[in-house]
Design a protein around this ligand. Structure first.
Ligand code: PAF
Length: 285
């Protein structure tokens, strides 16, 4: 595993790999690595000859200086973990390297950065876009890997990639959430929770059943579809275990979603099906 802290050095190593026709997978991180990060590296290593991992706690995505100061950092442990993976190159830049001068770029996400988490962390997603776009320009990977845990970040990265970085032709790969035994999604920030907070946080994954979770995702997608980040969404078995008023409400939400993008739904419910503009009857042979 090659360790580098300089952009010029990293670019040299990557161009050598590209000369050998090797495909490059990229996993950007802020360190304090855990099994979630390791699974992203695994995904990349399965699909690419070279996997580049960056570790950099990006100051521009913190709107609270105390939060930036307390963000967990453990370089020795991170490097020891990475040595056990198929990571080929790790990039550990200093802030002078990433921001030799102030980055004043303001990205337009058509409101996507102002909803949900963005509402409470002003400028956060703009900061994420600043660093991810810089890293993408440096690494120019074929594929870049992000966790579904950060659902809104993933939508922002897709939007950024499609709107601002199209010429780089990078495929964004969304990877599954990795959880602790108690159901808590793994996150570097969990290191800041005490035992009581940790077990309380684990309850989040128990709040919703499978059907409720897919309807929760529907609600999120209705909100996010207003910024047109994806052209088509397919829902399979969205109506499992519901009926009556709930099925009607689900049908209404799907119809609203269909006003902004193409929605395809596999359903057993007439209440849901009746909201569609086109119908295909599918029978098991
Ligand atoms: O998800 C993260 O760890 C960070 O937001 C990212 C994408 C590495 C940008 O700093």
């Amino acid at each position: 595993m090659i360790i580098t802290r300089k952009i010029s050095d990293l670019k040299k190593k990557i161009s050598e790999a590209k000369k050998n026709n090797h495909s490059i997978g990229f996993v950007p991180t802020m360190g304090a690595l855990h099994k979630g990060h390791l699974s992203l590296i695994d995904c990349s290593a399965n699909e690419n000859e070279i996997t580049v991992v960056s570790i950099y706690v990006n100051p521009t995505q913190f709107n609270n200086q105390e939060d930036l100061k307390k963000y967990p950092r453990n370089e020795d442990n991170d490097l020891a973990l990475l040595k056990q993976t198929k990571c080929s190159i790790v990039f550990l830049p200093e802030t002078t390297e990433m921001y030799p001068e102030k980055d004043d770029r303001v990205f337009d996400f058509n409101g996507l950065d102002k909803l949900m988490e963005g509402k409470y962390r002003e400028g956060h997603f703009n900061g994420v876009a600043q660093i991810v776009s810089k890293l993408f320009e440096i690494v120019k990977p074929h594929n870049a890997y992000f966790g579904k845990k950060d659902f809104q970040q993933l939508a922002i990265i897709n939007y950024l990639n499609n709107k601002y970085l199209k010429e780089l032709k990078i495929q964004i790969k969304a990877c599954e959430i990795i959880r602790e035994n108690n159901g808590l999604a793994m996150s570097s920030r969990n290191a800041r929770l005490n035992d009581k907070q940790r077990s309380a946080a684990a309850n989040i994954s128990k709040i919703a059943s499978g059907g409720e979770l897919s309807r929760f995702m529907l609600a999120l997608k209705v909100v996010l579809s207003k910024v047109k980040s994806v052209p088509t969404i397919i829902f399979d078995e969205i109506d499992a275990g519901i009926g009556g008023a709930v099925a009607h409400a689900v049908g209404e939400r799907l119809k609203r979603l269909g006003e902004n993008l193409q929605v395809m739904v596999v359903t057993h419910h007439p209440q849901v099906a009746s909201k569609g503009n086109y119908h295909l009857r599918v029978r098991k042979a």
